[in-house]
Ligand binder design. Structure first.
Ligand SMILES: [Zn+2]
Ligand SMILES: [Zn+2]
Length: 253
């Protein structure tokens, strides 16, 4: 088993609160963002990739916020725009439907042409080397998690005690479990199921309590653990915690 993935996995499961796999993902993402804004920008091999791919909408936003290397970002944008334009421009131009005359020029294939140019754009705007690297890293992480669960007693305990596994990462773990032997999968999914159903139960009850607090008869009752239950539910459902404003829950009282 790959040792380089075991240390971060252990660290993520040793920290309390939230989904440990979200922590692994966030750390890996930060590393890749730094990598693509760092000296790698000037390496011809990296540029060959980013000229083609650019970055997905989410990672463009994150690169834009990480203002450490504006020049680098500008250079990448410049060559990516040029590459995109070189491919798209002639195809888009030739997709302009001819005006149908009375006798000639009526052609139904303009619809297909327009759709295929749209397909090209949709495909290209979602390409992203950060997403690719991240997906690759996550594959290794879940492999290591499943392996450590059945080979490392201390880790097994940490897994059982994790506060939650968000749903996107539960899905990743289930897919990994599907590759294990039936006996190994049995223990692992049993633990994952227990963790998952506990999270659902506690969020459902906290969010319900949250809504009941809006009843005037409950105004004086304490918020308890329900106060940030909306944000915790969103993190559980979507895995990405950083866009949910915890401050919002503080305004409620
Ligand atoms: Zn997660
Ligand atoms: Zn991306």
């Amino acid at each position: 088993m790959e040792k380089i993935y075991m240390i971060p996995v252990n660290d993520a499961y040793s920290e309390p609160g939230g989904c440990p796999i979200c922590r692994l993902r966030d750390k890996a993402e930060t590393n890749y963002l730094e990598y693509y804004l760092g000296p790698s920008l000037m390496e011809p091999d990296t540029r060959k990739i980013t000229n083609k791919t650019g970055f997905c909408p989410v990672h463009m936003g994150k690169l834009n916020k990480a203002v450490t290397n504006r020049l680098g970002l500008g250079l990448v944008m410049h060559t990516h725009l040029k590459d995109f334009n070189e491919e798209l421009n002639p195809k888009m131009k030739s997709s302009i439907p001819a005006k149908a005359g009375l006798l000639k020029g009526r052609s139904a294939d303009y619809k297909q042409k327009l759709n295929s140019v749209a397909d090209l754009i949709d495909k290209r705007i979602n390409l992203c080397p950060i997403c690719d690297n991240l997906n690759e890293a996550m594959k290794h992480y879940v492999e290591v998690i499943c392996w450590m669960f059945s080979h490392d007693r201390a880790f097994n305990q940490k897994f059982l005690n994790a506060e939650c596994h968000c749903l996107p990462h539960t899905s990743l773990l289930l897919r990994q479990a599907a590759k294990l032997s039936q006996n190994e999968a049995s223990d692992f999914v049993d633990a994952l199921y227990a963790n998952n159903s506990q999270t659902f139960d506690s969020l459902i009850s906290d969010v319900e309590y949250f809504t009941l607090k809006f009843d005037y008869r409950n105004t004086d009752k304490p918020w308890g653990t329900s106060k940030n239950s909306i944000q915790r539910s969103m993190r559980f459902l979507s895995s990405d915690g950083r866009d949910f404003d915890e401050q919002q829950s503080k305004k409620q009282s």
